[in-house]
Design a protein around this ligand. Structure first.
Ligand code: ATP
Ligand code: MG
Length: 360
C-alpha cells in the first residue's frame, strides 16, 4: 500500500481538490450525460433550511443540467452512532417527501436506501481488504463525528464509515460527489479504494472511476442558537415547518444588542446569519438587506426574515404536505429507486466478481 495518504488535509492537497472541482464543474456543463452524481442524507430527522441552501438546491441544479443524479437515503449510517429507532420508517418517508417537494424528480433521479441494495453492501468486503486499519483510523472527520455524537465507544460501522461510503459511490460508478471541505478525507478513501482495486484487479483497464469532489461554496447556515443548523441540535428551521412555526422559531433566534443591522459575519455571526437567510430567500445581496433594516433592530430583521422564508418556501411546503399525506406514493418512489439501484449494483458486483476471480 504505497499510495499517498488517504487523509492528507494539507493545503496543497486542498488546492488540488479545488482545481479538480473547478474542472469537474466545467465538465458537468459540457457533458452532463457522462456524469453520475451521488449525494444523500441520513434519515435522522426532517431536512432544514441549511440543507436547502447548502446542498439541496445544488442537487436540483445538477439534475436540471442533465446529470444522472443518485440520492441516497443513508439508513445504515443512522446506526453508526444511535440505536435504530422505531421512527426510522417515518424519517425515511419524511426525507423522500423533502426531496420530492424541493424538486428532485424521480423520473430523472434515483432516490434509494442503501440497506435495500444487497449487492452494494457486498462491495464493502473487498473494499475493506484494500485498506489498512491504520489508514481507516487516520480519518479526522470520523474522529470529529465521533466526538459530536457524544458516544464513548466507536462502533466498527462508525470506524469503517468512509469505506461503506466508497461502496455507496462506486457501486454506481459515481464521478462527482458534492461535498463540503470537511468531507474531503472521506472522499479520499473512496478514491484510494478505486485506485487500489483497479491496480490489483483490473490493471489494464481501470474499472472504477476515481470520483472527484464537487466542492461547495454554499454558506453554512447557523441555527437559532447560533451554532451550525443541525437536525439533531434542536436549533433548525425544518423545510416543512408551517408559517407560524417558522415565525416562532425565528423569534427565538439569537441576535445581539446592537440596534443597527449590518452584514458582518466575522463579528456578528448571528445577526449576519439572519440577514443572509433573508437575502438567500429574496435573491438579494445581504448588504442590501442589512441596509434596508438599518437601525430598525432585530425585531424588524426577524419580521423580514420570517416573511422572506415563508414566501420562498410556501409552494415547497404545500407540496410537502400533500406528499406526506400520500405515503403510498412516497414508498412507491423509493421502491422504484431501490429497484434501479439494485440493477446497477448487481451489474457492478458481477463485474467485480469476474475481475476478482470469484465467479464459480
Ligand atoms: P445530523 O444532525 O444528523 O448530523 P445535519 O443537520 O448536521 O444532521 P447532515 O446530514 O450532517 O445534516 O448534513 C448533510 C449535508 O447537508 C452536509 O454535508 C451539508 O452539505 C449540508 N448541511 C447540513 N447542515 C447545513 C447547514 N447548517 N448549512 C449548510 N449546509 C448544511
Ligand atoms: Mg451533521
Amino acid at each position: 500500500m504505497t499510495d499517498s495518504e488517504p487523509t492528507g488535509g494539507a493545503d496543497a492537497s486542498y488546492a488540488d481538490a479545488e482545481a479538480r472541482s473547478a474542472r469537474l464543474e466545467e465538465s458537468l456543463h459540457r457533458e452532463p450525460g457522462a456524469h453520475r452524481v451521488l449525494t444523500g442524507d441520513r434519515p435522522t430527522g426532517p431536512l432544514h433550511l441549511g440543507h436547502y441552501f447548502g446542498t439541496l438546491q445544488n442537487r436540483v441544479r445538477l439534475q436540471d443540467l442533465g446529470v444522472d443524479l443518485f440520492v441516497l437515503v443513508a439508513d445504515y449510517q443512522t446506526i453508526t452512532d444511535r440505536d435504530s429507532p422505531d421512527s426510522l420508517p417515518q424519517d425515511v418517508d419524511s426525507l423522500v417527501a423533502d426531496y420530492l417537494a424541493i424538486g428532485i424528480d424521480p423520473s430523472r433521479a434515483t432516490i434509494f436506501a442503501h440497506s435495500q441494495v444487497e449487492a452494494l453492501n457486498q462491495l464493502f468486503l473487498p473494499f475493506l481488504s484494500l485498506l489498512s486499519v491504520a489508514e481507516i483510523g487516520r480519518n479526522p472527520t470520523v474522529k470529529d463525528e465521533m466526538t459530536a455524537s457524544g458516544q464513548s465507544a466507536m462502533s466498527g460501522l462508525m470506524f469503517t464509515y468512509p469505506v461503506h461510503q466508497a461502496a455507496d459511490i462506486l457501486f454506481c460508478k459515481g464521478t462527482a460527489v458534492p461535498v463540503g471541505k470537511d468531507q474531503l478525507p472521506h472522499l479520499e478513501v473512496t478514491r484510494l479504494v478505486a485506485r487500489r482495486f483497479n491496480r490489483k484487479y483490473s490493471p489494464d483497464k481501470p474499472y472504477f472511476p476515481e470520483p472527484d469532489a464537487l466542492l461547495s461554496d454554499a454558506p453554512i447556515l447557523l441555527g437559532t442558537d447560533g451554532g451550525k443548523m443541525s437536525k439533531s441540535r434542536n436549533n433548525s428551521i425544518p423545510l416543512g415547518a408551517t408559517a407560524d412555526e417558522t415565525a416562532k422559531l425565528i423569534s427565538r433566534a439569537k441576535t445581539d444588542s446592537d440596534r443597527t443591522i449590518t452584514y458582518d459575519p466575522a463579528n456578528r455571526p448571528e445577526v449576519s446569519n439572519l440577514v443572509l437567510l433573508a437575502a438567500l430567500c429574496q435573491g438579494r445581496k445581504p448588504e442590501a438587506v442589512a441596509a434596508e433594516i438599518g437601525d430598525g433592530g432585530s425585531g424588524a430583521l426577524k419580521r423580514l426574515v420570517t416573511e422572506a422564508v415563508n414566501e420562498y418556501f410556501r409552494d415547497i411546503r404545500t407540496r410537502r404536505a400533500d406528499l406526506i399525506a400520500d405515503r403510498t406514493h412516497l414508498r412507491d418512489t423509493l421502491l422504484a429507486g431501490n429497484a434501479r439501484a439494485r440493477d446497477i449494483a448487481h451489474h457492478t458486483l458481477t463485474d467485480v466478481r469476474r475481475l476478482m476471480h470469484t465467479t464459480y
